[in-house]
Design a protein around this ligand. Structure first.
Ligand code: HEC
Length: 128
């Protein structure tokens, strides 16, 4: 007896579902890149921004997966979550974020308000 594969309605539905998943997964990525993310906590301005109230939080949440302990990019710049380390690398950290080269796609670039806070933190002498 010869085996013949007959597509059933179930097979068609499953195929359509898988295609739809791929389609939505791809279009979602494109959206993420276009809209910047805003990480500015309430009450933080360019006049009171410090390492503790802003910089340490954005480094931990946006950079440490790759640049922290055991991260894939720890050898380029290592975030050990200390103030001294953030000051040592601060200018380059600020520049990569302002230029949108970090964090890499598909992660969202930082908002203009976030960039202004980082520039202000460096300009004000990187207060702790
Ligand atoms: C998904 C992983 C990933 C994340 C998240 C990430 N990086 Fe990177 N980073 C890399 C890789 C990979 C390189 C090296 C490749 C390159 O130079 O483009 C790198 C290189 C760097 C460098 C050194 C190269 C240079 O241009 O000076 C700096 C500084 C940097 N990243 C800052 C950051 C900051 C700040 C964040 C958080 C806002 C961040 N990265 C988030 C993967 C990441």
């Amino acid at each position: 007896m010869r085996y013949m594969y007959k597509p059933t309605i179930i097979t068609c539905i499953v195929t359509c579902f898988v295609c739809a998943c791929f389609f939505f997964a791809c279009s979602k990525k494109a959206d993420q890149v276009s809209s910047p993310a805003n990480f500015v906590p309430p009450g933080i301005t360019t006049d009171n921004v410090t390492y503790t109230n802003y910089v340490s939080i954005i480094l931990k949440n946006n950079c440490s997966t790759c640049h922290g302990l055991d991260g894939s990019a720890a050898h380029y710049w290592y975030n050990n979550a200390t103030y001294d380390n953030a000051v040592l690398n601060g200018r380059r950290i600020m520049e990569t974020i302002v230029e949108n080269s970090m964090p890499p796609v598909p992660r969202k670039p930082f908002s203009e308000d976030d960039k202004a806070l980082l520039i202000a933190w460096i300009d004000r002498g990187s207060p702790e």
